[in-house]
Design a protein around this ligand. Structure first.
Ligand SMILES: [Zn+2]
Length: 143
């Protein structure tokens, strides 16, 4: 059985703007932007707040708690490097802080359902530590 750390897959494209996110992920932390003007969290990384247009975004850690908003089971990966672990689940994780993040979802042997509780699960994928999510233990489903 192939594990994610054995994969030969390309890593993320890291830019100057997204580097704090990827560097924190490499250290096992979930780090996103928050607006000092309106207090709302923001993801993906941007130069200005999409809610109030203030140039006041700062980086900080968030809880890592999320809910599965939607998901898809990937049977035929777009990149051949992912084939050894197919089928796998990719989903939208709605963070407790608000933003929605597209992520690989670790499900174990459970069938995911929309509304499942998720938690941040930094995971070695190939040569990189990536910010994945996993179904919480004893996960409950809420609308
Ligand atoms: Zn704002």
């Amino acid at each position: 059985m192939t594990v994610l750390s054995d994969l030969k897959v390309p890593g993320p494209t890291v830019t100057q703007l997204s580097d704090p996110f990827w560097s924190a992920a490499e250290a096992g932390r979930l780090h996103i932007q928050c607006c000092q003007a309106c207090g709302r969290h923001v993801f993906y990384p941007r130069p200005i707040c999409p809610h109030c247009w203030a140039d006041a975004l700062v980086w900080g850690d968030v809880s890592g708690m999320a809910r599965l908003k939607s998901f898809s089971t990937i049977w035929k990966p777009g990149h051949p490097g992912w084939r050894p672990v197919a089928p796998y689940v990719v989903g939208l994780a709605q963070l407790a802080e608000g933003p929605v993040m597209l992520s690989h979802i670790l499900t174990g042997d459970r069938a995911p359902q929309v509304g499942n509780s998720l938690r941040f699960a930094p995971t070695q994928v190939g040569a990189r530590m990536l910010p994945l999510f996993e179904l919480s233990q004893g996960t409950e489903t809420q609308p």
